[in-house]
Design a protein around this ligand. Structure first.
Ligand SMILES: Cc1cc2nc3c(=O)[nH]c(=O)nc-3n(C[C@H](O)[C@H](O)[C@H](O)COP(=O)(O)O)c2cc1C
Length: 342
């Protein structure tokens, strides 16, 4: 039986925030959730093997605020048994769903057989899905970090986050996949058939092949062909690639027969996109400041310079903001940001 979880209760059309490594961290997702209210959020891809190795730092990627719900943990890797452990961790941390990354085209990921390389290794892809499901179910059935084989180095952090959430009861979580059209060429029809042999709740199709990386335009006709097959099999399908606005999303959803979309790059510095409106300079300045304060608070200032990209993004399209942007690119601490924007 397919576990559909939160997916079953989403209002259509579904407009979600796409996972973006180095961008859609807990702070960005919090801000998008607060000012955009997308249908769902998804974490940056998180290394299954890193979690299995007991690296506490990897859990940074699995930080979330309840405001983001429904929030899905995305996992990448190549070793099915590591996915089982990582999925148990995601379930223990109180996520609403688990997504397996079968779309990342980065060389350091695909060379290890992970991400979009799985499109060429369907047998392993299905083993990963089975192991991920096992990991989710093991937490649901036992509620025990030990029984799930979760490294002891992770226990204190997981237990303290669980406590902060009021020790949520184990849930049978839905499983989804995010992938691309193919490896060199689109093989979306046969690939979707393969994926549908596992009981998935949802599938996101990014309309590019691995070889295309992020070049050219997403092929929405090909997305539509894959979506048709997956929907016949009872899955929810999200299309992804180049969606520029809420209006654009509506047109693509109506034209290409998907249940919704994930929006990535168009949301940079623009959480209001999910509300279909534009923010004025004063709102942008205030939210940029809030974003910086929130990031500082949840990370204790660790690797804070990653805020620069976001701060500059909030200034996009404002002619008078060139000087501000330059100053923001030199900020190191929250005090620096407050001095420029406060
Ligand atoms: C900086 C960046 C990081 C990304 N990281 C991830 C990731 O961790 N997991 C994933 O499934 N896709 C990732 N993607 C792909 C996006 O989720 C999305 O599929 C792609 O950007 C196309 O959608 P867009 O045109 O709306 O941006 C990333 C994309 C970008 C630009």
């Amino acid at each position: 039986m397919t576990i559909r979880g939160f997916w079953e209760h989403l209002t259509k059309p579904i407009i979600g925030l796409a996972p973006m490594d180095g961008v859609s961290d807990a702070a960005f997702r919090y801000i998008v959730a607060k000012y955009g209210r997308p249908s769902l959020t998804i974490t940056e891809f998180t290394a299954a093997e890193g979690i299995r190795a007991g690296a506490v730092r990897v859990l940074d990627d699995f930080r979330f605020s309840p405001l983001e719900r429904p929030v899905v943990a995305q996992i990448f890797g190549a070793d099915p048994s590591a996915f089982a452990v990582a999925a148990s961790v995601a379930a223990a941390l109180g996520f609403d769903g688990v997504d397996v990354n079968m779309g990342c085209p980065a060389k350091n990921v695909t060379q290890r057989g992970a991400g979009a390389a799985l499109i060429q290794d369907p047998q392993r892809a299905l083993q990963i899905l089975a192991a991920t499901r096992q990991g989710i179910d093991r937490w649901y059935e036992t509620g025990s970090l030990e029984a799930c084989g979760i490294p002891t180095s992770l226990h204190p952090e997981i237990l303290s986050r669980r406590e902060a959430l009021g020790n949520p009861a184990p849930q049978p979580l839905p499983l989804s996949v995010k992938t691309r059209l193919g490896y060199e060429e689109s093989t979306i029809e046969s690939w979707v058939h393969t994926l549908c042999s596992h009981p998935l709740a949802a599938l996101t199709i990014h309309g590019r092949t691995l070889k295309q990386l992020y070049t050219g335009s997403a092929d929405w006709e090909a997305i539509a062909r894959g979506a048709h097959i997956a929907r016949e099999a009872g899955l929810l399908v999200l299309g992804n690639g180049d969606v520029q606005s809420l209006e654009d999303a509506g047109v693509r959803i109506a034209t290409y027969g998907v249940d919704g979309v994930l929006i990535g790059r168009a949301s940079f510095g623009n959480p209001w996109l999910f509300q279909g409106r534009e923010a004025n300079w004063e709102e942008r300045r205030a939210v940029a400041l809030e974003h910086a304060r929130y990031l500082w608070e949840i990370t204790n200032g660790h690797a804070f310079v990653r805020i620069r990209k976001h701060l500059v993004d909030y200034c996009k399209g404002f002619e008078g903001a060139a000087d501000t942007r330059r100053l923001l690119m030199r900020t190191e601490t929250l005090a620096d940001v407050e001095a420029v924007l406060g």
